[in-house]
Write a protein that binds this ligand. Structure first.
Ligand code: NI
Length: 204
């Protein structure tokens, strides 16, 4: 699996080193008797780095001349979807720096990238934003409840670590799967994501 990640991502060694550094910090926090969400953060960081490599592999397949394409009038364009995937985890980290987020104060209009380079640069920036946030997070911060508001109405309240699991990681995978369908519809070879695709078999 390690070889496979290295081969396909070129980021395997980098992410392994990061995960190791994170493990040492988590052990320190555990020895200080901090909460169980710190444990979750360790595996979450490892997962984030591995999934970032996979996400890069999928985004690298986006054809630069099809950014305006969309499969349905109600769908995001390919460029919007790619940029959403490239930026969203950093956006979630940004809004969880506060204790709450008010949906009424924000528009959810997804911008379009000017070109593919903007998407790729955004993913790199996202990795640089999320990785240290998870690594440096204290147990108190991970355990503290974060509130999703609509004006004065609370829509949801959950520990920050749970927000990162659902609104950041699960949300990321949801859109990456969506993007793989866009690639298929555009007749672009779909890369391996969790195993063989119809076009690639990393185990062959
Ligand atoms: Ni989304």
């Amino acid at each position: 699996m390690r070889d496979y990640l290295d081969k396909y991502s070129g980021m395997g060694i980098y992410t392994t080193g990061m995960a190791r550094a994170a493990t040492a910090e988590v052990k320190q926090k555990q020895s200080e008797g901090k909460g169980e969400n710190v444990n979750n953060l360790e595996s979450m960081l490892t997962e984030f780095n591995q999934e970032a490599a996979t996400t890069k592999r999928v985004l690298d397949r986006v054809p630069a001349n099809k950014l305006e394409w969309r499969p349905h009038a109600k769908s995001m364009s390919l460029g919007q979807l790619a940029l959403h995937i490239a930026t969203m985890p950093a956006g979630i980290v940004r809004i969880t720096k506060q204790d709450s987020f008010d949906v009424a104060q924000n528009s959810f209009t997804q911008p379009s990238p000017k070109n593919l380079e903007e998407v790729q640069a955004a993913l790199e920036q996202t990795i640089r934003t999320v990785e240290p946030t998870l690594r440096e997070c204290t147990a108190d911060t991970a355990d503290a409840n974060w509130h999703l508001m609509a004006g004065n109405t609370e829509l949801a309240s959950m520990p920050r670590a749970s927000v990162w699991r659902s609104l950041m990681l699960n949300h990321w995978y949801h859109h990456r799967g969506q993007l793989s369908v866009y690639l298929r519809l555009l007749d672009v070879p779909v890369p391996s994501i969790y195993g063989p695709s119809a076009d690639e078999n990393p185990f062959a």
